[in-house]
Design a protein around this ligand. Structure first.
Ligand code: HEM
Length: 378
């Protein structure tokens, strides 16, 4: 006989109730935990957002990671400066927006201005040569010479000149090389030349600085403006009129302009160049801005301003020096000897620097500033 199974329904219902209750409780706790964590995460993200931008605001859609905030990125794009614990404090600025302005100016007005300046002076010199021809020694060479520049003076000149020419060519390569040389030479040769040029530019800058200092010390006393300069300027140096030679001591007003442009331009070029050579350690612009109460300049901006200034002064000097090279060689008979052998023809000297000749030879100074008295050619 089978035992009858008696079911205690009351007990069974209690057991089921307990299980359902436990499951419901567990689900509730689980749900609360998940929702709580999500809420916590969102609130943390909001806090982070609000630390940077008090405006806040979520991108709609509710997707994970879409709490990107247009205002934050606008602030980052605007160059907001955060704080970092690493030594390089500049890393606290994710985007330096002035970099865009710098690039636009370098690749736009600077590059184009340089092209106009360089082509402009070459065309002007060609036209001048076509119209005026080579300026001759009007009385013809006398055959007698007079010392114009001694060995030290010529050393200073050629040190400056050779360094400047290499600096100019390698500098122009940095600005225009990728447009002019790269397509012709290809990347390998262009990269090799540019790397070599960069080293040459860095090291020869010291020769240039030494040369400018030497020229300054040797010639500054001859380059103080005097009464003859106004006459020289009024007649445009006699450059456009045959037979017109305004009086002049050792240097005329045109040469004095070249001298001061080279000395002051060379100084400015050297300071901005040193600032580029030793980044973030010579804040020339920051000092200048502070001096004139114009505010401060950030370290990265300092480098950008130095680059622009260095290139502008360099281009201006190249244009000026091209005119100088022309008149010192092709443009004027007898001029190159002054820096070649150091001895110039006496008639050339009397025509272009009559007061200087009289001073050197101990002759009475020419009173009448009409055409100089040149020696007859032999
Ligand atoms: C191949 C290039 C060059 C040639 C043929 C040349 C030629 C000359 C000549 C002939 C003189 C003497 C003028 C006189 O007797 O009165 C002179 C002077 C001078 N040179 Fe040059 N030069 C060259 C490059 C340079 C460069 C690159 C610089 C500076 C960056 C420079 C700066 C000067 C200065 C400051 C003077 C004295 C003022 C003057 O005469 O204009 N020269 N040069």
């Amino acid at each position: 006989m089978r035992d009858a199974i008696t079911v205690d329904w009351k007990q069974l219902w209690s057991a089921c109730g307990a299980v359902v209750l436990m499951v419901a409780l567990s689900a509730g706790v689980l749900l609360a935990t998940v929702l709580g964590q999500d809420a916590l995460a969102q609130s943390n993200q909001r806090d982070a957002v609000e630390q940077v931008s008090p405006v806040g605001g979520n991108v709609p859609g509710g997707h994970l990671g879409v709490t990107s905030d247009a205002d934050i990125w606008r602030a980052v794009r605007g160059g907001i400066q955060g704080t970092v614990s690493i030594p390089d404090k500049q890393a606290g600025q994710m985007i330096q927006s002035e970099g865009d302005n710098w690039r636009a100016r370098r690749n736009g007005p600077l590059t184009m201005g340089g092209i106009y300046g360089l082509f402009g002076i070459i065309v002007a010199l060609a036209l001048f040569f076509a119209a005026r021809g080579r300026i001759k020694i009007e009385a013809g060479p006398s055959g007698k010479t007079i010392e114009r520049f001694n060995d030290i003076e010529r050393f200073a000149h050629w040190l400056t000149a050779v360094c400047f020419i290499v600096l100019a060519l390698t500098g122009l390569n940095l600005l225009y090389g990728r447009h002019v040389l790269l397509p012709v030479l290809g990347p390998t040769i262009f990269a090799t030349i540019t790397e070599g040029g960069k080293y040459a530019h860095n090291y020869l800058s010291f020769g240039f600085m030494l040369g400018v200092v030497m020229m300054f010390v040797l010639w500054v006393r001859h380059n103080i403006p005097n009464k003859y300069d106004m006459q020289w300027l009024a007649k445009a140096g006699g450059l456009f009129t045959k037979g017109s030679h305004p009086p002049s001591r050792k240097f005329n007003a045109g040469q004095k302009m070249i001298f001061w442009l080279v000395v002051l331009g060379g100084l400015s070029l050297s300071l901005s160049g040193l600032s580029l050579l030793f980044p973030f350690s010579i804040p020339m612009f920051d000092w200048t801005y502070s001096l004139f109460g114009l505010g401060t300049v950030s370290p990265v901006e300092e480098m950008q301003l130095s680059q622009l200034w260095h290139a502008i002064v360099g281009l201006v000097l190249i244009v000026v020096v091209l005119a100088h090279i022309y008149i010192g060689s092709l443009g004027m008979e007898g001029a190159f000897d002054a820096m070649g052998s150091g001895q110039v023809d006496e008639n050339w000297a009397r025509e272009h620097h009559n007061i200087w000749v009289a001073e050197v030879k101990g002759e009475p100074l020419p009173v009448d500033h009409g055409p100089p008295t040149a020696q007859p050619a032999e």
